[in-house]
Design a protein around this ligand. Structure first.
Ligand SMILES: C[S@@+](CC[C@H](N)C(=O)[O-])C[C@H]1O[C@@H](n2cnc3c(N)ncnc32)[C@H](O)[C@@H]1O
Length: 282
C-alpha cells in the first residue's frame, strides 16, 4: 500500500469458506456470475488471502521506510494552506498533527512509502478531505480498508459532526490508527478490526468510503451491504474510474444500484482534483 492511491489492492476478497473450497474442488468448471469458474475464483481468493497475510507479516519490517532519518511534515504551499484552512477550519492544527504521524510513524510502519512525504498534504490528506463538504450533516460514515486513516481520519477531522467507522482487518494498522486518533483527541471515530464482509451486522452507514482497496467490481459487493437504505457509496478512484464502472456492470445491476456518477472534487481548490465514484441504490 505504498505509492499509488489509485492502485488496486490485491487482497480485497472475502477468501473462500471451507464449503466454497469443497464445492470448487468438486465442481471446478462451474462458472460464477462474473464468468469465473469456481476453481478460478477459489485460486483468486487464496492468492488474495496469501497477499493479505504476507503484507501483515512484513508490514513493520525495517526497510519499508523505517531505516532512514525521521521524516518531517512538509510545509504547506500557499495554495495548499488555503485549501487546508477551508477544509479543516479550526481543526487545521489537528490535521497538521495527523500529517506529522503519517510522515513519521506512518512511514516507519510501512503504511505509506517515504516518497509520499513531500506530497502528504496534496496527494493524501487534502485529496481525501475534499470529500468532507459532500457528506450529509451528522452522517454515519464507514471507511472500508482505512489503512493509515485515509480517507477516514481526514474526514473525521474535517467534519466533527459526522461519526466515522474505520474498518480495517490488519491489526498493526488498527493499532496505529488507535494511537493516532487518541493522540489527536479525535472522538468521532470508531475502530472496527474486520474485513468489510465481517462487519455487515454492525454497520449501517449513510456513506461508505474507500480508497485504494480494490477495483469497483469487487468493491461494490464489499461495500453495498454496509449501506443504509438511502445511503451512498463515495469511492475515491483515479483515472480508471470510467473503465472500472464498465467492468463492474454486473455488480452494479446485481446490487440494484443506479448508474454511478463520476465526480471531480476540489476543482479550483486542489492542483489535481479528486475523482470520486458515487453510487446510490435504484
Ligand atoms: C492499499 S491499502 C489503502 C489504505 C488507505 N485506504 C489509503 O488509501 O491509504 C488497502 C487497505 O485495505 C484493507 N483491506 C483489504 N481487503 C479488505 C476488506 N475485505 N475489508 C476491509 N479492508 C480491507 C487492507 O488491509 C489495507 O489496509
Amino acid at each position: 500500500m505504498t505509492d499509488q492511491p489509485e492502485q488496486n489492492s490485491p487482497f480485497p476478497h472475502a477468501g473462500g469458506t471451507l464449503d466454497a473450497a469443497k464445492a470448487a474442488e468438486q465442481n471446478p468448471d462451474v462458472e460464477d456470475k462474473e464468468g469465473r469458474t469456481d476453481a478460478e475464483s477459489l485460486r483468486e481468493d487464496r492468492a488474495e488471502e496469501q497477499a493479505l497475510q504476507a503484507e501483515e507479516a512484513h508490514a513493520d519490517e525495517p526497510g519499508l521506510g523505517g531505516d532512514g532519518p525521521q521524516q518531517q511534515r512538509p510545509e504547506l504551499t500557499p495554495a495548499e494552506r488555503a485549501a487546508a484552512e477551508k477544509l479543516f477550519g479550526d481543526r487545521l492544527e489537528m490535521a497538521e498533527k495527523f500529517v506529522d504521524h503519517l510522515c513519521s510513524t506512518g512511514i516507519e510502519h510501512g503504511l505509506l512509502g517515504p516518497r509520499e512525504v513531500p506530497r502528504m498534504w496534496s496527494r493524501h490528506v487534502l485529496n481525501c478531505a475534499v470529500l468532507g463538504p459532500e457528506l450529509p450533516a451528522d452522517a454515519e460514515v464507514a471507511d472500508v480498508g482505512s489503512g493509515a486513516g485515509l480517507p477516514g481520519i481526514a474526514l473525521a477531522i474535517a467534519r466533527p459532526d459526522v461519526d466515522v467507522m474505520l474498518i480495517e482487518p490488519m491489526e498493526r494498522r488498527v493499532q496505529w490508527m488507535d494511537t493516532v486518533t487518541k493522540d489527536l483527541g479525535l472522538d468521532n471515530v470508531r475502530l472496527i478490526r474486520a474485513r468489510a464482509e465481517e462487519a455487515v451486522d454492525e454497520v449501517m452507514a449513510d456513506v461508505v468510503t474507500a480508497r485504494a482497496v480494490s477495483a469497483l467490481k469487487k468493491l461494490i459487493p464489499l461495500t453495498v451491504p454496509l449501506l443504509a437504505d438511502e445511503g451512498e457509496l463515495m469511492l475515491l478512484k483515479g483515472r480508471s474510474a470510467e473503465a472500472e464502472i464498465d467492468a463492474a456492470s454486473k455488480a452494479i445491476s446485481k446490487h440494484k444500484l443506479q448508474r454511478p456518477e463520476v465526480l471531480q472534487l476540489g476543482e479550483g481548490l486542489l492542483e489535481e482534483p479528486t475523482t470520486v465514484v458515487r453510487c446510490r441504490r435504484r
